[in-house]
Design a protein around this ligand. Structure first.
Ligand SMILES: [Zn+2]
Length: 432
């Protein structure tokens, strides 16, 4: 069993002045406690929450006797987390100050300090008693409520003083269990596409991640230069424009779309997903061309690690097993003859040095990932249950085209999983 957690931000309705006032007071007291605790913890080098609580509980409790006592617990947890990350930064020489600055405050709540009241309201314990707060639910919230997700006991609230609203950070949890795979879905991730092999048919999903990351990077830079010139380096308006840009990017984030598609395809068939173990994978030619080191790193992260992480996370949610295999030679050896495939001048089409047949690089990678999984080279040591492949080249007739079915982003981006019609078309194409 794995526990998958997701946080969801939800706003309250606009609160009355009187109710909001109570939260402003609460935030003030909570902030003061966290500030004091942080100072103490850094000075006396107490990092652990339990130790901090043991040492400071009575002092904090006597400071604000009117507050529900569990606010002392959560303030200690909050402070301990802040101190830990501060000391980590300091160790790496990245902290400028002697003490961490407590600037933004979210009030941490545990199960004694809040509870759901109905599906659209919660109750929060304050120094003025329990206060009922109406929520403004949105689509994403209902999606979690209506599926098998359960509300976790921890929550955080932040005050939006301008609009007199609370921003509530809820955590949803789901217990998932991996199924026994009935087959394998190898997935090869590249900078511009994600290729997968579904029952012998390769699909190449165009992602253009590299182009997207670059485009976003230049747009961001342009905004920075323009606003720095007009309003100075620290202008509020620049921050706002950049935030909008980031939100837009997040909304259109291609990696979640492809992750959904891949995971649903595997889940429908009860297959395990086979991925390359990342880490040593060198940057491709395309990425190496970019001279800006930071940018190169970012593209690499977005293209490979970003997509892989998204697939792994979605897979956990659906209980889809993921097998990681050694990436060595995955696109170099012909899946039939085990001989090197020659790719000329960075071409993605290569010729088998033994059989002379043509191969698409990403399709080669998928077949080899599949064979590695079947042989049990992965961390999972799988047994090929109910799969008709045993690693022999039977399914790869030399007359078959080894071209993947290319799918442009505009076509697949709205799919939830591989539609049957696409599947049928591909089969027909294979027969011809
Ligand atoms: Zn060959």
């Amino acid at each position: 069993m794995t526990r998958v957690l997701r946080t969801v931000l939800i706003k309250s309705v606009k609160l009355s002045r009187k109710v909001f006032r109570a939260f402003v007071e609460l935030e003030g007291m909570y902030r003061n406690m966290v500030e004091q605790l942080v100072l103490y913890a850094v000075r006396s080098e107490v990092k652990s929450f339990t130790k901090l609580k043991a040492l400071k509980y009575h002092k904090m409790r006597s400071l604000y006797p009117q507050l529900p006592s569990h606010y002392v617990y959560t303030a200690c947890q909050d402070a301990s987390a802040r101190v830990k990350s501060f000391l980590r930064l300091k160790k790496r020489g990245l902290a400028k100050r002697e003490y961490p600055e407590v600037r933004k405050v979210s009030i941490w709540l545990d199960d004694h300090l809040w509870r759901p009241d109905s599906l659209t309201s919660i109750r929060i314990a304050t120094h003025r008693g329990w206060v009922r707060v109406e929520l403004e639910p949105h689509r994403q919230y209902w999606r979690y409520v209506n599926r098998e997700w359960k509300l976790a006991s921890e929550a955080k609230i932040r005050l939006d003083k301008r609009n007199r609203q609370l921003i509530i950070c809820l955590t949803f949890a789901k217990e998932t269990k991996e199924y026994e795979p009935r087959g394998y879905l190898p997935v090869d991730v590249n900078e511009n596409n994600v290729t997968t092999l579904v029952d012998g048919i390769a699909y190449l999903f165009e992602t253009n991640t590299e182009k997207l990351v670059l485009g976003y990077y230049y747009r961001r830079k342009k905004v920075q230069e323009k606003y720095d010139k007009l309003y100075g380096k620290r202008s509020r308006i620049k921050k706002k424009v950049l935030r909008k840009l980031k939100e837009k990017k997040k909304k259109n984030d291609i990696k979640w779309k492809i992750a959904n598609l891949i995971v649903r395809t595997a889940h429908e068939r009860q297959y395990a997903i086979v991925l390359e173990k990342l880490g040593k994978k060198p940057a491709s030619n395309m990425i190496r061309r970019i001279s800006n080191k930071q940018l190169r790193h970012r593209i690499f992260q977005a293209c490979f690690r970003g997509v892989q992480k998204a697939i792994e996370e979605k897979a956990r949610e659906y209980g889809v097993p993921v097998i990681l295999v050694d990436p060595k030679n995955t696109s170099k050896l012909c899946p039939i003859h085990k001989a090197p495939v020659n790719y000329n001048n960075g071409s993605r089409i290569g010729e088998c040095s033994k059989g002379g047949e043509l191969w698409h690089r990403d399709v080669v990678a998928c077949w080899n990932l599949l064979f590695k999984a079947l042989r049990g080279d992965g961390s999972h040591a799988p047994s090929p249950v109910g799969h008709d492949l045993d690693g022999s080249p039977v399914p790869l007739g030399s007359t078959a085209t080894h071209d993947p079915v290319g799918l442009s982003k505009s076509l697949w981006a709205r799919w939830k999983s591989l539609p049957q019609i696409q599947y049928a078309t591909a089969l027909n194409k294979m027969k011809r």
